[in-house]
Ligand binder design. Sequence first.
Ligand SMILES: [Ca+2]
Ligand SMILES: [Ca+2]
Length: 98
Amino acid sequence: MFFNCVYNRCIFLLQPVDYDTLVNPFFNLTVYVRDSDTTHVDTAYIEVYVTDFNDNPPIFVPNSQKVTEYEDVAVGKSLARFSATDRDLGMNKMFRYV
Ligand SMILES: [Ca+2]
Ligand SMILES: [Ca+2]
């Protein structure tokens, strides 16, 4: 349960929502209002869509390598390949090697 509605007309977030681990980022909420007459009831429907936030940094996988090469290695030869990954999505997953 991520949301709660209490008597002051607001919907609250009860716990952090991590877009990167959600199976479904859509939440359909139903809110009821009534008075002392039990037949006086109305319903509102609220759709909440959680979007991604850039909350994960890129990480090298692996983050260290050992390279052994002869001293006369040709200038410009590639000595190692490395890559990184980022758990976010879309533009928040973009990074560059510097
Ligand atoms: Ca990121
Ligand atoms: Ca994220």
